[in-house]
Write a protein that binds this ligand. Structure first.
Ligand SMILES: Cc1cc2nc3c(=O)[nH]c(=O)nc-3n(C[C@H](O)[C@H](O)[C@H](O)COP(=O)(O)OP(=O)(O)OC[C@H]3O[C@@H](n4cnc5c(N)ncnc54)[C@H](O)[C@@H]3O)c2cc1C
Length: 682
């Protein structure tokens, strides 16, 4: 039998790699055992959901009404919960079987927000009451913070919890339209309880936002509790499997014991007491989610890249640099395609490894907090804010570029890319809007510089701020020295140092009121934060490479070093990088930090790295071990049989199937097309 051309091209591209993707898979997921367990869990869930057989058009492309998508979300959420319970694993705690953040599931908040909110903010008694119910699924919880009128500015929320001393209850109330809870996943129809953020009012005193456990629906029949109006907010750009909802409360009564009281307490006689660190401690749930988002978002970008890379090695278009097999060119050979794909693949690995470093910091913080040591909180808060902002922005921009890299077919929903882009787009906004988060990191960096200038110690991640620096120093490296990780780190460190000092000087020495100076120089501060994260991300990648196990094959080690160098250098020479000019500027007046000829050297090194990594492109994406069902893409299946896969799914679309039964005529013909044809004149 003659092999299909695209299948042959895919086979060839896959055979060209110098390392075994499975070795990299094990490194990415932690070990061979975990990688195998993940694969088995995905397979079981895909079989139960009916998505495993990818010859069949997935339901998400054939049943697409608001109600259909929500119903699919409920089924997916339940199947994942059942599988985790039966096989005792946590593979779907943070992601869905399509690698969306689990907020895409109606039950997503259960384990990542509702239960952690209890754990972090509840007293021992409250935890022993609520956690067993939540963990065993006897109640299903959401986390309701955002309101119609306020998201970023939590202190501005309007829902009230007024203490009624006579009955020992709180009265939860939405006093205005803008105070309606709006957005929480699962709030529409699928959760029974919520940790609701409301202002604690005792007598005439407003103690600000606190968390309260409020029963939203009857556990018996799902009916709304009296006094609560709830529903779904409708179709969104992504996450349509989840019922992001609204809720307004009309004097709903809950017992006093439903206020989460680990960090602040209200006694029976109305006496209020709070831990001086309460405001900061109550952030810790948010840190958990923000800290996990970079890893999840990097992996979802890797999905988009897997689709775009597989498509690019089998798609032929035009008579460019001629491929040996054919007269037409595989589009990956066009230099822009090659550069965009490989530099994004490199960035994805860099961001993923940085998310690992962030996990380590977060786990260290939690350990210390168990001993009542909260000293790491400011630095982890700043790190999670910065990394979340960085990765979620880069991921959605990268996925959108993947769509463009697939030309017209990338625009089809069945390419899988619109779902990925829609999901990633939300990440820039929820769990802290990115531009708000950049400022939180910026504030921390300025404070660290204040500390240094006051002769106090500063934390290890910003130790570069303490290094002596001549503002007129330029980079002295040349030629292949730019492939050295130490040289690359020096460039990134120098830039971060320069930008943080610049923002610090502008804001602290402006002579204006602090808030005015802050606003005026906000862009400087945001770019300083970004530069700091660029440095952190490169450093994390370099650290991972330095710590690769001795058992790792030389070929994979060499590929990862090249990927790391490609990330470092392509970020500098890519005109699309954010604030790329600041790699060159100095604060001094004598000469730029990098010269034009050094930039040319880097461009030529990048071209060399691209050539070396081209044969590895498919293996670098295969290594993520995405199943075809999880990609849900007619363009990105493992076999590369792209045209067959597209046509097979398109023919199964209900719009075509329905017409098929009627000789190819659609319902609208008689009403709208026929009258035009029958009209004498237009
Ligand atoms: C897909 C999705 C899922 C969500 N899920 C949940 C959920 O489950 N639970 C929940 O409670 N909420 C949820 N949300 C809501 C989300 O948390 C908020 O939308 C988010 O916090 C941003 O707040 P906002 O909408 O008020 O935006 P705004 O703060 O109004 O932002 C609008 C613009 O103003 C700018 N801005 C605002 N404040 C400042 C400032 N101080 N300095 C500079 N610029 C500023 C922002 O940068 C942005 O450009 C979800 C949102 C989305 C999109």
């Amino acid at each position: 039998m003659v092999e299909n051309l695209q299948v042959a091209l895919m086979r060839k591209a896959r055979a060209s790699s110098s390392f075994r993707p499975r070795e990299l898979t094990n490194l990415l997921w932690g070990s061979e055992r975990v990688a195998n367990e993940r694969r088995a869990a995905f397979e079981r869930v895909e079989k139960t959901l009916g998505t495993y057989e990818t010859a069949k058009l997935p339901r998400c492309y054939s049943e697409t009404s608001r109600e259909d998508l929500f119903e699919q979300g409920l089924e997916m959420g339940k199947v994942c919960l059942d599988d985790m319970l039966e096989y005792e694993h946590e593979h779907f705690v943070w992601i869905t079987p399509r690698y969306n953040l689990v907020n895409a599931s109606p039950f997503g908040h259960k384990a990542i927000l509702f239960e952690p909110a209890m754990e972090h903010n509840g007293t021992a008694e409250q935890k022993s009451k609520w956690l067993p119910l939540a963990r065993s699924g006897k109640i299903l919880g959401t986390y309701a913070q955002t309101e119609l009128g306020h998201g970023s500015f939590v202190r501005g929320i309007e829902t009230t919890a007024t203490f009624d001393q006579e009955t020992d209850e709180f009265v939860i109330h939405s006093p205005t339209i803008s105070s309606a809870k709006f957005w929480p996943a699962g709030l529409g129809f699928s959760t029974t309880h919520g940790t609701v953020m409301a202002r604690l009012l005792v007598g005439d005193k407003d103690h600000g936002p606190h968390l309260f456990v409020v029963q939203l629906r009857s556990v018996g029949d799902g009916k709304r509790m009296p006094g609560i109006k709830m529903g779904d907010i409708g179709l969104k750009l992504g996450y349509n499997e989840a019922d992001n909802g609204f809720a307004s409360f009309n004097h709903v009564r809950i017992p006093r014991s439903h206020m989460l009281m680990a960090h602040s307490q209200l006694s029976r006689n109305g006496t209020f007491a709070e831990d001086p660190l309460r405001a900061k401690l109550s952030y810790s749930v948010m840190l958990l989610v923000r800290g996990k988002m970079p890893g999840v978002f990097a992996v979802q970008l890797a999905q988009a890249l897997t689709i775009a890379t597989r498509y690019s090695v089998v798609r032929q278009q035009g008579l460019g640099p001629v491929d040996a097999l054919n007269t037409e060119t595989n589009i990956i050979h066009y230099k822009h395609q090659h550069f965009r794909l490989l530099s994004l693949i490199a960035k994805t690995y860099a961001m993923f490894f940085a998310s690992r470093a962030c996990d380590t910091q977060y786990n260290k913080l939690r350990k210390m907090q168990c001993q009542a040591d909260h000293s790491l909180l400011p630095s982890v808060h700043a790190l999670t804010a910065g990394l979340k902002a960085y990765v979620t922005s880069e991921a959605v921009d990268g996925a959108e570029d993947c769509r463009k890299l697939c030309g017209g077919h990338g625009y089809m929903v069945i390419s899988g890319l619109p779902n990925i882009i829609g999901a990633l787009a939300g990440g820039a906004t929820f769990e802290g809007e990115n531009y708000v988060l950049w400022q939180q990191l910026g504030r921390h960096l300025l404070k660290q510089l204040d500390r240094f200038q006051d002769g106090e110690t500063i934390e290890p991640q910003v130790q570069y701020l303490a290094e002596p620096k001549d503002p007129n120093t330029s980079c002295m490296a040349s030629g292949e020295q730019f492939l050295d990780a130490g040289v690359q780190l020096g460039i990134y460190r120098d830039r971060a140092h320069r930008l943080v000092v610049k923002a610090h000087t502008a804001i602290r020495a402006s002579g204006k009121m602090p808030a005015e100076a802050w606003n005026e120089h906000m862009m400087l501060l945001i770019y300083a934060s970004r530069a700091h994260m660029d440095y952190f991300i490169l450093k994390s990648f370099v650290d991972i490479i330095a710590a690769l196990p001795d058992t790792m094959s030389e070929s994979l080690g060499a590929v990862l070093k090249r990927v790391c160098s490609l990330f470092a250098l392509s970020t500098i020479v890519n005109p699309r990088s954010v604030d790329v000019l600041s790699f060159i500027e100095t604060t001094g007046t004598q000469q730029p930090y990098l010269t034009c000829s050094q930039l040319d050297t880097m461009r030529s090194l990048v071209n060399g790295l691209l050539d070396q990594l081209l044969p590895e492109a498919v293996a670098l994406t295969d290594a993520w071990d995405f199943s075809d069902a999880s990609l849900c893409s007619a363009l990105g299946m493992y076999d590369g049989n792209v045209y067959k896969n597209i046509m097979r799914w398109v023919e199964q679309l209900p719009i075509n199937q329905n017409a098929q039964e009627n000789g190819g005529v659609q319902e609208g013909w008689a009403k709208w097309v026929d009258p035009i044809l029958k009209r004498a004149k237009l």
